[in-house]
Design a protein around this ligand. Structure first.
Ligand code: NDP
Length: 503
């Protein structure tokens, strides 16, 4: 079902903000969350439309694969250049559909451009066929592994970082030799369309990214449309639905879901840097960041100083309205529960309509929903702990496991390694997301599989093993011409190779 209609509009009874039916085609509006004004109308693509898009993408995929790594690299770098030249044009659509500040939209694009570059320039090295040691029994073989593409990858994306997040799948899937059918969030369809347009303008030979727009049903249709893989980013609840739908056709899935990321602040941390990172990590993008800081565990002896620094920095936070107003209700519920359970409000922000001011609450019981559930809003829970070990224990006591951050001195790496999550920033926040060589993804309720880096490239391929016989073995062990003497020779070789005890 469509998400709740946004500010300035009321939802028609059954189909959210579907606005019209033109020549049998339903359309819906994307809205500016700052004003409620219509940004643009987009088609509600049906299951048949989705299948047609996948068929077109399959045809383009054959051509794209045939270009090889070098041909694809040239074209993806042309796209990168186009994105740089049209950065503000794309950023304007991001701002209009999400309400985030222009510089935040620009930053999102800058990071995405870096990923396009990395994926394009590293695909050959990471995915090109490579030789492996054939071992004793395969001494007569040339053994190699290649990573051919899957064909068409279906990408289903969220609205919070409508460029950066799906590009983590799109750029890597393309560089690996696939084409893409992209279903952007119903809140940010225009961003999906302009991204595809910039690619088509830079590489006009084929449509490498087909965009299908609509609501959850359009995404569900993509899951059943026979693509080589679904790369889903969104909430854990929808991720489970996507996985169940994909199970019907054994379509593989990459699932990037929500998080409840913790920051650990040790006694020997740089408190100025930690406070700055906590405020940015918790409040930027109105807290609507999957790897945003939602919980801080600060060691008792530095807690007062840390909290004072956080409280001093918060008033400078500037991030725009919530993109989806229903999220303000979630923040309201989490704040109320935290206070009811005994949390002490340090910074009390007001919540009016879809504008939520920063809220910081101290000593929130661990069974409060502000600690156990993803808030996805500008609420920072700061809890005092006796030592870093207890901070780690509490940080890990959640079903989620996306990212984390650590502010500490000499013990920082040890703390980082003991956190149960996919990514950690040490003495920084969300730093891993801007390093293209690092894999991005979570564990547990945060999902599985990886975008970015070499792992992110391999995610959109299937490893293909080839053993090429160079000459016949003198000991034919896999033939009916094998004799007892052949087996004796083989067993002697194995005893010599594996039978010795190491002292
Ligand atoms: P949703 O789960 O609501 O939606 C994600 C996407 O799935 C949207 O395109 C949505 O379409 C589509 N969808 C909805 N129902 C179905 C269905 N049955 N089958 C297939 N697709 C469907 O998430 P949000 O868009 O609200 O994004 C916020 C969530 O995303 C947060 O939990 C956040 O933590 C997470 N996230 C995770 C990231 C990560 O990398 N791990 C990064 C960014 C966000 P429609 O919008 O039309 O309903």
């Amino acid at each position: 079902m469509p998400k709740q209609a946004r500010a300035g509009r009321s939802a028609p009874p059954t189909l959210g903000f579907v606005t019209s039916t033109v020549a049998g085609e339903q359309t819906f509006d994307s809205l500016d969350p700052r004003t409620g004004a219509v940004v643009a109308s987009h088609p509600v693509h049906t299951a048949e439309d989705v299948r047609t898009a996948v068929r077109r993408a399959e045809e383009a995929a054959r051509w794209w694969r045939g270009l090889g790594f070098d041909g694809r690299r040239t074209r993806l770098l042309a796209w990168k250049k186009a994105l740089v030249a049209r950065l503000d044009e794309v950023a304007a659509v991001v701002v209009a559909e999400t309400g985030k500040p222009l510089d935040d939209a620009r930053l999102e694009l800058v990071l995405a451009i870096d990923h396009v570059d990395w994926a394009a320039t590293h695909a050959k090295k990471v995915l090109g066929r490579r030789s492996v040691n054939p071992g004793l029994l395969g001494a007569n073989q040339a053994a190699s592994v290649g990573y051919p593409p899957l064909g068409v990858v279906g990408v289903i994306g969220p609205w919070n970082y409508p460029v950066f997040t799906p590009m983590g799948s799109i750029a890597y899937a393309l560089a690996a030799g696939n084409t893409v059918v992209f279903k952007p969030s119903e809140l940010t369809p225009g961003v999906g369309e302009i991204l595809a347009r910039t690619l088509h303008d830079a590489v006009p030979e084929r449509a490498l990214v087909e965009v299908v727009t609509g609501f959850g049903e359009t995404g569900a249709a993509l899951c059943g449309a026979g693509v080589g893989k679904i790369a889903f980013t969104g909430s854990t609840a929808t991720g489970k639905r996507v996985m169940a739908a994909c199970a019907e056709t054994l379509t593989p899935v990459l699932i990037e879901c929500g998080g409840k990321d913790a920051m650990v602040v040790a006694a020997d941390a740089d408190l100025d840097a930690a406070a700055d990172a906590a405020v940015w990590g918790g409040m930027s993008n109105a807290g609507q960041t999957c790897v945003g800081v939602e919980r801080v565990y600060v060691v008792e002896q530095v807690a007062d100083e840390f909290v004072a620094k956080v409280a001093a920095l918060v008033p400078s936070a500037h991030y725009g309205p919530m993109t989806m107003p229903s999220q303000a209700d979630v923040v309201r519920r989490h704040v109320a529960d935290a206070i009811a359970k005994g949390g002490r409000v340090v910074v009390e922000g007001s919540i009016e309509g879809n504008v939520v001011d920063p809220v910081v609450i101290l000593d929130v019981p661990e069974d409060s929903v502000a600690v156990t559930e993803e808030t996805f809003g500008p609420l920072l829970v700061v809890n005092r702990v006796p030592d870093a070990a207890e901070a780690v224990r509490r940080a890990n006591a959640t079903g989620y496991g996306l990212g984390a951050s650590v502010f500490a001195g000499a013990g920082a790496m040890r703390i980082a390694e003991s956190l149960r999550c996919g990514m950690v920033s040490v003495n920084g926040v969300i730093s891993f997301a801007g390093i293209p060589a690092l894999p991005f993804g979570g564990v547990g309720d945060s999902g599985f599989g990886r975008i970015h880096g070499a792992d992110g490239l391999r995610e959109f391929t299937r490893p293909q093993a080839i053993a090429r016989q160079r000459f016949a073995l003198p000991v034919p062990v896999t033939s009916f011409t094998r004799t007892a003497a052949h087996m004796r020779t083989l067993l002697t070789l194995v005893a010599a190779r594996h039978g010795r005890t190491l002292r």
